[in-house]
Design a protein around this ligand. Structure first.
Ligand code: ZN
Ligand code: ZN
Length: 233
């Protein structure tokens, strides 16, 4: 591993994947070898077409080596984690529910019909089954919440990807079609990203709202130009 890649992500403190240059939790990229020659940011690349890569930060053409992180890979990795958690919840939900019911049934049956040692044994087995059931339901609930949260992050990562693929950005309608969301949901998610400052919002000539990847570098240049123009007056 290159020495300029930390052991833990400096942004979110998650352990970095062995040999990887991109944090698998927040997507931050490390390593001088991933510095863009155009914008000088250390950033992943986006794939515009087959084998055609551009900088994920500034959209200038970039060369991709085997170790260069691709930002769609990050979204795909998050999506795989979300699927894994969803499957986990689907497995543990019925197991937890069934085991809880069996435990309750056994306990009540032991109280109603059994006596002495048999009653105690029935109650013990029932309690164990109920305990396993409650634990199963807890695991299922946790996995489901995690899958939902990951699902939102996948959606946001893909929205950013699509917004960054074109200089003009995307409309809520485009995003809804590309991500198979309903338009209101796509619009709400894009608005949220714009509020967080991750996307730039612009209204075109016909009044359509377009969301673009916020380009701090370009903004800065524009500000410098307008400041210089002001000074000249
Ligand atoms: Zn991180
Ligand atoms: Zn760049």
């Amino acid at each position: 591993m290159a020495s300029d890649i930390p052991a833990r992500c400096q942004l979110c403190d998650s352990p970095m994947p062995a040999g990887g240059a991109q944090c698998s939790t927040c997507g931050k990229v490390y390593g001088e070898q991933n510095r863009c020659p155009s914008c000088h940011a250390i950033a992943a690349v986006s794939e515009h077409g087959p084998g055609d890569y551009v900088c994920a930060a500034c959209s200038a053409p970039r060369v991709r080596t085997r170790s260069t992180p691709v930002d769609s890979d990050f979204a795909d990795a998050l999506a795989r984690k979300a699927t894994r958690d969803r499957v986990l919840s689907y497995v543990f939900l019925p197991v937890g529910a069934l085991s809880s019911l069996v435990g309750l049934g056994l306990g009540s049956a032991a109280l109603a019909w059994l006596e002495g040692g048999f009653r105690s044994a029935g109650l013990v087995v029932g309690s164990i089954a109920l305990g396993i059931g409650v634990l199963g339901l807890w695991v299922a609930g946790r996995a489901l919440r995690s899958a939902r949260a990951l699902g939102e992050r996948v959606r946001d990562a893909r929205l950013m990807l699509h917004a960054g693929r074109s200089q003009d950005g995307v409309t809520a309608g485009d995003a809804a079609r590309l991500l198979r969301l309903d338009e209101a949901a796509a619009d709400a998610a894009l608005t949220e990203l714009a509020k967080k400052g991750q996307l730039d919002l612009a209204v075109d000539d016909v009044g359509t709202v377009r969301y673009r990847v916020f380009d701090a570098e370009l903004e800065e240049q524009a500000e410098e130009v307008s400041a210089a123009q002001l000074r000249q007056r």
